[in-house]
Design a protein around this ligand. Structure first.
Ligand code: ACO
Length: 316
């Protein structure tokens, strides 16, 4: 049996920080409202000339270093993003060029569930012997698709990137992945293309309240599905590394798992919602802080636009 083992993690956050107080100056909102409804205090915002591939490249360099491999050992790059640098080439190809290596590279688009989808695909390559060292990246520049005059959206999103190196191993790594989609709810969460009215094209539109309810119910189900598939019980999970959309969604998942919030890696207060980047950013923070230790069992889960949702159960 071949497993995909995480042997390195890395992350990158742009220097500029946008606080709730900063947003108070330009929007009819308050630090109190944002903190109590979302858990967000601040988020990082990329420079106008800093592309998704730049964030992804920096996170990848860290992951390669922490895995103690040469970039040339990587035989596949999968990059999850909603905010590619260009329509084409894929941002994964741009990162491959920046790393100056030669291997297949492609993007996948599953919005906030993107990193889980990317892990799932990478695991399939590994299990069929088609790759031995895969660079899996989640990177997003959500500020590039955010309307900063819309208080229901501007407060939520942040920019960043996280990456892991997965390596073929006989020791347990990814135990299972579960991915789902339901395209019927497109209008609740989407980015219309080239919308002319109000001059606001390519900006996120979300019916937050409805998405919230859907997310909580669906994440409940994915927890059950993951535990059942692995014949595990709630108490077998050491850490939850969730997509960071709203602290109240994270609390609902912890409650479902009968788990203290101290076992959930939380970055939303400082990162906001960085879409595909949020899970690998949280994973890297969990590892660097010494919270996540070898041989522990990690549950990653996400819900996002599409709708898409999914989970990965990992022996770290
Ligand atoms: N400041 C002050 N008031 C605000 C703000 C703001 N920034 N934004 C909205 N309000 C007001 C609304 O206008 C509304 O006022 P009203 O009652 O007078 O009409 C009131 O606050 C409540 O609005 P709701 O939208 O019901 O607020 P809610 O508690 O649902 O919080 C939020 C909104 C934070 C967006 C929440 O619904 C949420 O987190 N949704 C889920 C997001 C998610 O999980 N997305 C999926 C992943 S993301 C992806 O895939 C790209």
């Amino acid at each position: 049996m071949i497993y995909s083992k995480i042997i390195g993690t890395g992350s990158y956050l742009p220097k500029k920080i946008l606080t709730n107080k900063d947003l108070e100056a330009s929007l009819d909102t308050s630090d109190d409202w944002i903190t109590s409804r979302t858990g967000i205090k601040e988020r990082h915002i990329a420079d106008p000339n800093e592309n998704t591939s730049d964030l992804a490249y920096e996170a990848s360099l860290e992951a390669i270093k922490s895995a103690n491999i040469d970039a040339s050992d990587i035989d596949l790059i999968i990059l999850a993003t909603t905010t590619p640098d260009k329509v084409f080439p894929s941002t994964a190809c741009t990162v491959q060029s920046k790393l100056n290596i030669s291997c297949p590279a492609f993007d996948i688009q599953a919005v906030c569930t993107g990193f889980i989808y990317a892990l799932s695909i990478a695991d399939k390559f590994m299990k069929t012997n088609a790759a031995k060292n895969v660079l899996v990246i989640g990177a997003d520049r959500m500020s590039s698709i955010t309307d900063y005059t819309d208080r229901t959206n501007a407060i939520l999103w942040g920019d960043g990137a996280g990456a892991v190196i997965l390596s073929a191993s006989k020791d347990p790594g990814i135990l299972s992945t579960h991915i789902h989609a339901d395209g019927k709810h497109e209008n609740l969460l989407h980015v219309p293309r080239n919308k002319k009215e109000k001059g606001k094209s390519d900006a996120i539109e979300m019916q937050g309240n409805q998405v919230f309810k859907f997310a909580v119910n669906t994440l409940d189900q994915i927890v059950d599905e993951t535990l059942l598939a692995n014949n595990l019980s709630k108490s077998d999970i050491d850490w939850v590394v969730p997509h960071q959309a709203n602290i109240r969604i994270l609390e609902a998942t912890a409650k479902k798992l009968e788990m203290s919030m101290s076992k959930v890696i939380v970055t939303i207060d400082r990162h906001g919602n960085t879409s595909a980047a949020s899970i690998p950013l949280a994973m890297d923070e969990g590892v660097k802080s010494g919270k996540i230790q070898p041989n522990q069992t990690i549950l990653m889960e996400a819900f996002g636009g599409g709708f898409t949702w999914g989970s990965a159960l990992i022996k770290y």
